[in-house]
Write a protein that binds this ligand. Structure first.
Ligand code: ZN
Length: 165
């Protein structure tokens, strides 16, 4: 049994959390609020950087700490990669939007199917692909001219009807 401790704010006895054996304040919300406010005050008095962060607007702080995000990116490469993926998707959507506006393709339809796999041996493509959505634009070839039938050919003089004879 851990010995009870007296809260410095409400002066009631409490059991310190086993995770925070040095706990000096009981867990009542009012006491915890007071504890945070005191911490804030002390920190402002003691820590010039903390003081600066609290006083300045976030924009100002960022401009004074330009390498903060650089350092953050170096420490969190996975979030950088995630953002890069999102940017890539945004870029692609924009390019497709431009394409739809500028292009002679007259019928760009949205399809519920995102990936069409044609033929065998393409299963690996679906699994390896990290792109969340794939859009394929297929350009149709102009229809081939049907072979001209005999009746459309220019008639040879010798085949003219013998009406003039
Ligand atoms: Zn208390």
């Amino acid at each position: 049994m851990v010995q009870g401790r007296r809260c410095r704010y409400c002066e009631h006895e409490f059991q310190p959390s086993k995770y925070q054996p040095g706990q000096l304040v009981c867990s009542q919300p009012d006491c915890q609020r007071q504890r945070r406010a005191d911490y804030h005050r002390q920190k402002i008095a003691a820590d010039p950087e903390y003081r600066q962060v609290c006083r300045e607007s976030p924009q100002k702080w960022r401009s004074r700490n330009p390498d903060y995000w650089q350092l953050y990116r170096e420490k969190h490469p996975e979030s950088v990669e995630r953002n890069r993926q999102r940017q890539r998707v945004r870029d692609r959507k924009r390019r497709l939007g431009d394409l739809a506006n500028n292009n002679s393709a007259f019928d760009l339809k949205r399809s519920a199917a995102e990936i069409w796999l044609l033929g065998s041996g393409l299963e690996g493509l679906a699994n390896n692909n990290s792109v969340p959505a794939q859009v394929w634009i297929l350009e149709a070839l102009p229809p081939r001219k049907p072979p001209q039938s005999e009746s459309c050919k220019q008639q040879r003089p010798g085949a003219q009807p013998a009406s003039a004879g």
